[in-house]
Each structure stands twice: as structure tokens, then as C-alpha cells.
Design a protein. Structure first.
Length: 261
């Protein structure tokens, strides 16, 4: 982005305060409760737990979060423009893709923000709107053995050995600050109801993602949709939505996909 300030300067607050916990049931409710009690310092506050005993992903799905992974919850004040909400969700997937690339690991990003290797999930992101806050849960399988009952993978298995957790976290936060800063820079150039044009976030997502060109099944909740939409994931649009072509053309900005081939 020629002429722009360093994007990280627009996102220095992300992870400035980190609360480290041992074993807890879930992080996102704790993060939101503290945001309500201590709102002045809540924007960018990060929680990190050693282990989660009752972790949940999208639609309440079980997420196994044992010692050795990165289990995080981030609170951000919700002042996003309507037109950039899709890009906000994308930012976390881009940061995960950049992390894998920095570690020289063969992982790719599946729209919206899942990191995977050959369909086996390494990391996932859950974004919840809670009052004035956006609460973001992030789970990354690093050194923890991925559960055999699920299609899961870990960074350490791809790496061929364990990785230093603190270093992985700092690298991820550095990428997240960079891309969240880009988002704020894009917003600074938009009028409130303008739509984003082609932008560096979309270019970066295409660099790390293997979604465009895949045949996919899409639904708001694939577990409870008997007949999901089947189509070609043609491209990622400038606002972060996905253009699908099947029996009809559909543009989706939320929901989930699986690759058929």
C-alpha cells in the first residue's frame, strides 16, 4: 500500500495486554466478562490458556484443546464499518496463513479463516458479536497431539518436531497486527457506506488460500443442512465474500465450506 504508514502502528494495541491462565473451561466468556468490567483497557486484550476443558468451535462443535496448543481469546471494540466486516473475519485467516508460510510449513487457508493441511484442520477462528465488543476465539494445534477422532493436524507434526509456543504466538500476533492494521488503513480511505475495491488483504488471502478453483459445499451450518449449495468457488471478492457458481450464482459472506474436490 504505497505511501501508507506501517500498518502495525494502527494495531499496536493487539496483544499489548496478555492474561495467561492455566486450565479453564472456555476463554471467550471470560474475555467478554472482563471487557464489561474493565472496558477502558479491553480493546486488544488477549487471553491465553494452557488448556481448555470445554472448548467449542462454530455451532457449538467440540474442540479438543489440550496442553501444547495455543488457545486464545481477543476482545476488540466494534467500530468496524459495515462494508469491512467480511474483511475482519478474513484477517485472522490471512495471519494464520502467513504464520504457516513463515514457518515454511505446507498449510493453506480455507475460506473464511481455517488453517488446514490436506483437509485436516490445524487452526480455527470463531468471531462473536457481544454488545459493543467483538470477541474472537483462536485455537491453533501446535505441539499438542491432534485428536485421532477428528480430521486434525498440528504445526509440530508438519514441522517434524516441537515448536516454541511463545515464539509461535509472537509471530502470529505480529502477522495479526500487520493485517489488522491494513484493515484499519483500508477503512480510513473509505466513506462510511462505500464498498472496498481490490485491496492488499484480498491479494494476501489469495496467496495463502487454496479455496479459489475448488468445488465446495456451502451452508450456514453444514452439520444441519441436508442439501448444501454445491458449486465452484470462483473467487474472493474485495469485501471478503466468496463468489460461488453452481446451479445459480451465489455470493456468500458467512457460513462454512468443505472441499469436494
Amino acid at each position: 500500500m504505497a505511501g501508507a504508514i506501517d500498518p502495525r502502528r494502527r494495531a499496536e494495541e493487539l496483544g499489548r495486554e496478555i492474561r495467561v491462565l492455566g486450565s479453564v473451561e472456555r476463554l471467550m466468556p471470560l474475555a467478554y466478562e472482563l471487557a464489561c468490567r474493565e472496558p477502558r483497557t479491553a480493546h486488544g486484550r488477549l487471553f491465553r490458556a494452557e488448556r481448555l476443558s470445554a472448548a467449542r468451535g462454530r455451532h457449538g462443535r467440540l474442540w479438543v484443546a489440550e496442553t501444547g496448543g495455543l488457545w486464545l481469546a481477543l476482545t476488540l471494540y466494534d467500530d468496524l464499518l459495515p462494508a469491512t466486516r467480511g474483511l475482519f473475519s478474513l484477517v485472522f485467516g490471512i495471519a494464520l496463513g502467513a504464520l504457516a508460510a513463515k514457518l515454511d510449513l505446507p498449510a493453506r487457508v480455507r475460506w473464511i479463516n481455517d488453517l488446514h493441511h490436506q483437509g485436516r484442520k490445524i487452526a480455527g477462528v470463531l468471531v462473536q458479536k457481544r454488545g459493543e465488543w467483538l470477541v474472537v476465539g483462536i485455537g491453533i494445534n501446535v505441539n499438542n497431539p491432534p485428536p485421532s477422532a477428528f480430521p486434525a493436524e498440528s504445526l509440530s507434526r508438519l514441522n517434524g518436531g516441537p515448536l516454541p509456543l511463545d515464539e509461535v504466538l509472537e509471530r502470529f500476533l505480529d502477522h495479526l497486527r500487520h493485517y489488522y492494521g491494513w484493515l484499519r488503513e483500508i477503512e480510513s480511505r473509505l466513506h462510511p457506506y462505500d464498498s472496498p475495491e481490490e485491496n492488499p488483504l484480498i491479494q494476501e488471502f489469495r496467496r495463502f488460500s487454496d479455496t479459489p478453483g475448488r468445488c465446495v459445499a456451502w451452508a450456514p451450518d453444514l452439520d444441519h443442512t441436508p442439501e448444501p449449495f454445491i458449486g465452484l468457488a470462483e473467487r474472493i471478492l474485495p469485501d471478503g465474500s466468496l463468489l460461488l457458481r453452481g446451479a445459480e450464482t451465489r455470493v456468500v459472506s458467512s457460513g462454512e465450506i468443505i472441499y469436494l474436490f
